[in-house]
Design a protein around this ligand. Structure first.
Ligand code: ATP
Length: 503
């Protein structure tokens, strides 16, 4: 699994998808730049989402709110007081950990200890070994596993009640159960606010403290009535937005899974109070189906229903995806009640209510939110698409089986040789196709190597111009996934490509 993940990171760099930010200065931790191919893939994911949410829903409209917002926004939303992660410092190593992640790491070590015992037993007993039975009967294995379970449950409770002293005691207990690298000298657990601060204004006295938004949702809430009135929207309706969000994450070690600057695709759906559970279920299903439509494999998704709810929610679930490092949150679906609108009403003193023409009365709508990280989507798609294949002749190829609709380049046009007028014909084809698709030209190296390069970039089609093309205006079109080649008329190309890549 580690190897797969390393492969993903290096492929993303080598083929111009993702670079570390400001790399010539050794990068900036958990900040990344999207390169020439990455920017196209990312844009296509964003458009795929936008089309499904805004274009396909008559009652959902878009918005592009500013990243900087009035600072009271974040008081009202609860982010100033409650957007914290618990962190703990190690005095020996001078390293800083997110407390919950540290506890999970320890729990994983307990798991490994149990696994070691199991592996030893398997060697001893051979083919007749029953792992499940051994797990429930061997005292050492049972001790490791039950300790792990117990400690994780205590952690969840301590974090929920913000009992940081207990969190610290847990870590110390785990250090004894799983001694790591010598003595660990922990500080107290502290709450660390994840928002990035900045200042507005020139002079020190008049400057105003601002935050870079940690989520895009609040831009939607504060505009709720503006959009509803000017768009003459009737409940239920939604407002969708994509844009940057910033979090000063303490743990930043999983490439673009957890970044300090990232992009969200969020939709807030305003409903009549009492109808929120119906819509919550509707959006859970609808969003899962959107993911499944990309064809990355049903088995790679699962729901995780939250038992512990955020202060604003009355129901919440994650859509988890099977990343190279296991199942992790990809998208959140939250029933946020009227928490946000009520809070903004209170802090701003402005009414944020919906006037229902049918009943001639006002009410504060409830909100169901869907929130997916664009970069996490990118990682999900990219990591599942990247495959090493052994071919019939025993050779291997690296192929990025991106859903065609998302592929950065839809077709590469390749003259078989660099002479005899073939490049000119290839360029003419490009001139014609580029109005509809991203197309690339490549004349360097043998054609087989060019095919492999396009495979690694995820390009669904290669179009090869050869001497026969000069005689009968046909080319070969090669399919990335099957590697099948067909002879077709130049005039048919647009339809063939369009059939496969259109949304
Ligand atoms: P996590 O538990 O992983 O920190 P979260 O529950 O805080 O995530 P939300 O606040 O619900 O996440 O944000 C919605 C979505 O935004 C997440 O499902 C995820 O896809 C994305 N997201 C959140 N934080 C980050 C980040 N630091 N980097 C990239 N994407 C993120």
């Amino acid at each position: 699994q580690d190897d797969i993940f390393k492969n993903v990171v290096s492929h993303a760099k080598e083929y111009g998808f993702i670079f570390p930010s400001s790399e010539i200065y050794d990068g900036l931790s958990a900040v990344y730049d999207y390169a020439q191919n990455g920017v196209e893939l990312k844009k296509n994911i964003r458009e795929y989402w936008w089309k499904a949410m805004v274009q396909m829903h008559e009652n959902i409209v878009g918005l592009d709110a500013a990243i900087l917002m009035h600072p009271t926004t974040w008081k009202a939303s609860g982010h100033v007081d409650a957007f914290n992660d618990p962190l703990i410092d190690n005095k020996d190593s001078k390293k800083r950990y997110r407390a919950d992640v540290l506890i999970e790491d320890y729990a994983e070590k307990l798991n490994q200890k149990a696994q070691k015992e199991i592996d030893k037993a398997r060697e001893r007993f051979g083919a007749s070994f029953d792992e499940e039975q051994y797990k429930t009967t061997n005292p050492r294995v049972m001790e490791y596993l039950s300790k792990k379970k117990e400690i994780l449950e205590r952690m969840a409770r301590s974090l929920e009640t913000e009992n940081l002293a207990d969190v610290k005691a847990l870590i110390e207990e785990l250090e004894i159960a799983c001694p790591d690298s010598g003595s660990k000298n922990w500080t107290d657990v502290k709450q660390f606010n994840l928002m990035f601060g900045t200042k507005l204004g020139a002079s020190a006295e008049s400057a105003m403290d601002l935050y870079l938004r940690p989520e895009t949702a609040q831009g939607i809430f504060v505009n709720f009535l503006n959009v509803q009135k000017t768009g003459r929207m009737k409940i239920p309706f939604g407002i969708a937005q994509t844009g940057k969000a910033f979090r000063n994450e303490i743990v930043a070690r999983q490439f673009i899974f957890r970044m300090r600057e990232f992009e969200q695709m969020e939709m807030q759906f305003f409903v009549k109070p009492g109808e929120e559970m119906k819509w919550y279920e509707y959006w859970k299903t609808t969003r899962l189906n959107w993911h499944l439509s990309l064809g990355l494999g049903k088995e790679n998704y699962r729901f995780h229903d939250h038992e512990k709810l955020a202060h604003y929610a009355n129901a919440a679930a994650d859509i988890e995806f099977n990343f190279p490092f296991g199942f992790k949150e990809l998208e959140g679906i939250h029933s946020r009640t009227d928490f946000d609108l009520k809070a903004h009403e209170q802090f701003s003193g402005k009414k944020l209510q919906y006037f229902d023409n049918d009943t001639n009365s006002n009410y504060t709508p409830y909100v169901v939110e869907t929130s997916v990280g664009l970069d996490r989507m990118f990682l999900a798609v990219f990591s599942k698409a990247l495959q090493e294949e052994t071919l019939e002749d025993g050779s291997t190829r690296t192929v990025l089986r991106l859903p065609s609709v998302l592929a950065p380049t839809k077709a590469a046009v390749l003259p078989l040789v660099k002479k005899d007028g073939l490049p000119e014909v290839a360029n003419k084809i490009i001139e014609d196709l580029k109005w509809d698709f991203n197309v690339a030209y490549d004349e360097k190296d043998a054609v087989g190597r060019r095919y492999r390069r396009q495979d690694a970039l995820g390009t669904p089609f290669c179009i090869t111009v050869d001497h026969q093309t000069l005689e009968d205006e046909t080319v070969t079109i090669r399919h990335r996934d099957s590697m099948q080649q067909d002879r077709v008329k130049i005039s048919e190309l647009r339809d063939i490509i369009n059939n496969e890549v259109s949304m």
